[in-house]
Design a protein around this ligand. Structure first.
Ligand code: N7H
Length: 461
């Protein structure tokens, strides 16, 4: 069983508060910062066991993670056995398909960010109080480089991201933690897929102190919501007895793999089924395989390129249990204004503060983004991470079925994206997404969220 007192709370269950602040900092004076890390930050870090017990939850929760340059500023230069982490995210932006660094938040473009403090609470006022208190304690030992305030949407949109889709339905269950209570269809993964040094972590040469830490991938992903809505209105899937409006909803659902209610299109192919979407015993219980359909060619229920199918191909790969991440993102930015809706144009930035935890960035987030979402192939023909892959060359020698990139997050450095399979009755019909993607990377950083004992015994001494 895992030592839940020692694992930061955001990693396995997410802080799940309505307000969150990502406070990116640089370490200005390591010898001043280290004792304060021990005395002012460490006692306030919210562990997993604290999150699990409502009576122990603080008003404002706090977690922390460090970039490779941040660990180095602390004098910790040992390799954590993850090359993506070591290089930092900016160096990786081309490989991730980002269209150049022009769209990046300037503070992310480089390696100046040493760490992030994650504050989560019910109100922004609570967070402001906690930030003020911590800033006063830390003085000039750190400097704020950039911050992003994020907030869950409210009312009928509670739990939904800015495009309107219910999020946070499908995260894997972890052996030694909550695998016993896995919901039908939920992936059951080794603890080492998320936590370093636990069983199933393939990383080599991890220092002992890194155990029970996790790599945090942060991405500020801007969403062009009025533009996305206009695209759906302009390209309804016709036929199937649907109205134009229903055809537009269907297109959005087929791009995502789920309806806005969360109902998987694999189980509700033509019309939304909000009851199914809200039922945790059923809303994740599907594999894309059906006895009467050919898994390798049929897209009548779900396109191969749909976002959920790209990022977790289920039966297409015999359930790949290595390329799995724990998602803990939250929306940022305001609701779409009437003016933006009327003009079909974004004027104020909004999107997803994407947070994903894994023990190996190359097998987790990076594999999903680069090898799956940005590929024009279907998952059946896509490689798995090398540790469990029988033969990469065999996979690549398949005839390229050309289903297209993930229409939500797939990115080809700004190039036009051609997607097939959106029309359930005509899988060969293509849709071309030109110009901007609906999701634009504004960059981010690769971080390491250490265990509490690692902070006490290694990082603060
Ligand atoms: Fe995605 N969205 O809110 O619209 N995602 N995602 N994601 N995503 C999922 O199943 C979204 C992004 C995964 O288990 C749902 O919980 C948006 C990146 C994975 O079947 C919705 C953005 C990566 C899953 C969204 C975004 C992933 C998943 C359905 C960017 C990794 C689980 C709800 C702005 C590289 C798949 C659910 C499964 C599901 C949205 C980004 C990965 C609604 C808007 C960058 C693994």
């Amino acid at each position: 069983n895992l030592n839940l007192d020692d694992i930061q709370g955001d990693i396995l269950i997410g802080m799940k508060k309505n307000q969150e602040l990502f406070y990116f900092f640089s370490i200005e004076d390591p010898s001043d910062f280290k004792p304060k890390l021990a005395s002012d930050i460490l006692p306030n870090i919210t562990s997993t066991s604290q999150l699990l017990d409502v009576s122990k939850q603080p008003v404002t929760m706090l977690n922390i993670a460090f970039s490779a340059t941040g660990l180095s500023a602390l004098g910790v230069n040992e390799s954590l056995g993850d090359s993506a982490f070591a290089g930092g995210q900016f160096k990786d932006s081309r490989s991730l398909g980002d269209p150049g660094s022009d769209n990046w938040v300037p503070e992310f473009a480089g390696t100046d960010i040493h760490g992030v403090l994650l504050f989560a609470s019910d109100s922004q006022d609570n967070i402001n109080d906690a930030v003020f208190e911590l800033e006063s304690a830390l003085g000039g030992s750190i400097k704020k480089v950039y911050s992003l305030a994020a907030a869950a949407r409210t009312g009928s949109q509670a739990g939904h991201e800015h495009f309107g889709f219910l999020d946070g339905i499908s995260n894997p269950a972890v052996e030694g933690f909550n695998a016993d209570q896995a919901m039908p269809g939920q992936a059951r993964i080794s603890s080492g897929t998320i936590l370093l040094g636990e069983s199933g972590d393939f990383g080599r040469g991890r220092p002992a102190w890194a155990k029970d830490g996790s790599f945090l991938v942060f991405r500020q992903l801007k969403q062009l919501v009025p533009e996305f809505n206009k695209f759906l209105v302009d390209n309804p899937i016709v036929g199937n007895g649907l109205t134009r409006e229903e055809g537009s909803e269907l297109l959005g659902a087929r791009m995502m793999g789920r309806w806005k209610s969360g109902a998987p299109i694999d189980l509700a192919p033509l019309r939304d089924d909000p009851e199914l979407g809200a039922d945790p015993l059923r809303n994740n219980n599907f594999t894309y395989a059906h006895a009467d359909l050919d898994l390798s060619t049929d897209q009548s229920r779900c396109p191969f390129s749909a976002h959920t199918r790209k990022t977790r191909p289920r039966a297409d790969q015999g359930e790949n249990l290595v390329t799995q991440i724990m998602r803990a993102g939250i929306p940022y930015g305001p609701e779409v204004s009437d003016d933006e809706a009327a003009a079909n144009t974004t004027s104020t930035e909004r999107g997803l503060a994407f947070v994903a935890y894994q023990s190996n960035i190359g097998n987790g987030f990076r594999f999903m983004q680069q090898t799956w979402a940005n590929s024009i192939k279907s998952a059946l023909h896509l490689p798995r991470p090398c540790r469990i892959m029988y033969s990469l060359s065999t996979s690549l020698s398949f005839v390229n079925p050309g289903v297209g990139v993930d229409p939500i997050i797939g990115s080809l450095a700004g190039a036009e994206r051609v997607i097939k399979g959106m029309d359930p009755s005509n899988a060969n019909q293509t849709i071309t997404l030109t110009g901007n993607n609906f999701v634009i990377s504004r960059g981010g950083e690769y971080m390491f969220a250490p265990s509490l004992s690692a902070i006490a015994s290694k990082l603060s001494v």
